[in-house]
Design a protein around this ligand. Structure first.
Ligand SMILES: Nc1ncnc2c1ncn2[C@@H]1O[C@H](COP(=O)(O)OP(=O)(O)OP(=O)(O)O)[C@@H](O)[C@H]1O
Ligand SMILES: [Mg+2]
Length: 505
């Protein structure tokens, strides 16, 4: 309670959430959440998928104007009706779904709705001058007259930060900002956030990547199941302790193989000299039955492009793919499924589920022939399938009728993973399987992968998380800029050697 704080403590508080409760139909997303964020600190917001992190930020930003409790900014109670109210108050957000008007210029996007005017008309000169000044300060290589549609995801994110500065933001929040960025862009962003802090801006930062928390955060507040657990000084807190508060139990050494390795000599997939002009070149490898083969490399090393080509989602220039020793003609993902080859895409938010469909139907969607017989849909089987994966992956809420669209980001990802596991393909390509997924659920996904290989299936995993590459793989292929740089057996695996290949050393 604010009343219990001493006077000098009160003066350094920027945001105070007091007794915030947010009820969605049939689901309490936040339950009496009460804590403060200090002026000028980088404050991480941590917790499992569905803990309520994004919901709390949406309340701060006026996106959910209806809630119980109070939000105080710099000592004054606020109740924003929409996101523009919050922006005018100096509270800006840089969230993952970058919403920009691609037909407009960079400067128009930054100033949108707040363009400087002269005699009732937009003063473009002044607008571009001001926005260029901000872009320069941010070290961006593009300028305000450029079109947005020529920019990368990382650059679009910079526009959102520029927009925050345009509105003289006192508070900027980031919700999983690094999940679509290349490694270089991540470094740049973290550095920039430190610079914003140095200018006195208060930062709220949501991530599932604890290394980012340790790189930049001063303190972290933890939510679990909609409840506030505690706030910790990062410097004084070990990773294990942080995780224990998030999950409510010990999760140690979770990216490990618990069962015996079961890879056999049998080659189930062979890729020979696959090439796509200007993208990747001379990709050759074999995948064995019962094997987990990982593709490591920096983000941008073209691993996803290779996998999409094998799966028939993209074309390639030359080369061949053999499945069970026979040359496979895979032109579309549908062809791939006929060869019992599945791919769980990296970009699950956009290539994943159907809006207005519930979890049970979304999970069954890629395997409808298995759930239909003689023209009838077997709803009981669809429900059973959903309950199985709901249990295995700790889906929250555990309700097959829940709309996937209304799930938290990480839980929606679990539904999509379940959908591809439901297809029961013999060869499954997992592209960044644990991106956006919390530590507890990661462990469950690793167990499912182990079970698949124990049943004689084979897995290719594209992953940028070295601990899971090292812990889970039978074998690792490292790529760099569209080429295979090396192959490592399980016994040779360690971070240094993978990074050496990935960076071309
Ligand atoms: N618009 C909505 N309608 C109904 N329920 C919702 C809505 N938005 C969120 N929820 C529910 O509120 C809870 C908290 O969700 P929230 O998105 O805040 O989680 P999160 O901590 O951000 O998780 P993640 O790490 O997966 O992004 C979840 O159970 C979710 O299903
Ligand atoms: Mg979220």
């Amino acid at each position: 309670m604010a009343g219990l704080l001493k006077r000098d403590e009160l003066m350094s508080i920027m945001i105070h959430f007091s007794n915030i409760t947010k009820q969605f139909p049939g689901n309490k997303a936040l339950d009496d959440v009460d804590f403060s964020v200090e002026k000028g600190e980088i404050h991480a917001l941590l917790g499992e998928n569905g803990a309520g992190k994004s919901t709390l930020l949406n309340i701060l930003h006026g996106i959910y104007p209806d809630y119980d409790g109070e939000v105080e900014i710099d000592g004054s109670k606020v109740n924003f009706k929409n996101a523009n109210d919050a922006i005018e108050y100096g509270i800006a957000k840089v969230h993952q779904e970058v919403n920009l008007v691609t037909e407009l210029t960079v400067g128009q996007n930054i100033a949108l709705g707040y363009e400087p005017a002269k005699k009732g008309l937009i003063d473009y000169e002044a607008m571009y001058e001001k926005t260029d000044g901000i872009l320069e300060k941010l070290g961006c290589r593009f300028r305000s007259r450029d079109r947005v549609n020529s920019l990368s995801t990382g650059e679009m994110q910079m526009i959102l930060i520029a927009k925050a500065l345009f509105h003289n933001a006192r508070i900027i929040s980031f919700d999983e900002p690094t999940s679509a960025l290349t490694d270089r862009e991540v470094d740049r962003l973290l550095q920039l956030i430190m610079e914003l802090k140095a200018q006195g801006i208060t930062i709220l930062y949501i991530t599932h990547r604890l290394d980012e928390v340790y790189a930049i955060a001063d303190r972290a507040s933890i939510l679990r199941d909609g409840k506030y657990i505690c706030t910790l000084q990062i410097k004084e807190t070990k990773k294990d302790e942080l995780i224990r508060h998030m999950v409510g139990r010990d999760v140690s050494a979770y990216a490990v193989r618990n069962q015996e390795l079961c890879s056999s000599e049998e080659v189930v997939l062979k890729v020979e000299s696959l090439c796509k002009n200007g993208v990747f070149e001379d990709i050759s490898f074999e995948l064995h039955r019962g094997e987990i083969l990982s593709f490591a490399g920096l983000v941008g090393s073209k691993r996803t492009d290779v996998m999409r080509a094998i799966f028939g989602a993209d074309s390639y220039t030359s080369g061949s793919v053999y499945i069970h020793g026979k040359k496979a003609e895979i032109r579309t993902p549908k062809d791939a499924l006929r060869y019992s080859l599945g791919l769980i895409p990296e970009n699950r938010k956009t290539q994943g589920f159907v809006k207005n469909f519930n979890n049970a139907v979304n999970m069954a969607l890629a395997s409808m022939d298995r759930f239909c017989s003689r023209g009838f849909v077997n709803e009981k089987k669809i429900l059973e399938n959903c309950m199985y994966y709901t249990g295995e992956m700790n889906l929250h809420p555990a309700d097959p009728e829940y709309l996937t669209e209304a799930l938290s980001g990480g839980n929606a990802q679990k539904v999509i993973i379940a959908k591809w596991m439901t297809t029961d393909a013999d060869i499954i390509i997992f592209d960044e399987p644990t991106k956006g997924i919390d530590v507890g659920a990661k462990a469950e996904i690793y167990r499912l992968m182990e079970e698949l290989v124990a049943r004689g299936k084979s897995i290719i995993m594209v992953s940028s998380e070295l601990p899971e590459v090292i812990g889970m793989s039978d074998r690792v292929i490292v790529m760099r800029e569209g080429r295979i740089m090396g192959e490592l057996g399980r016994k040779e695996l360690n971070e240094e050697i993978i990074m050496k290949f990935a960076m071309g050393g």
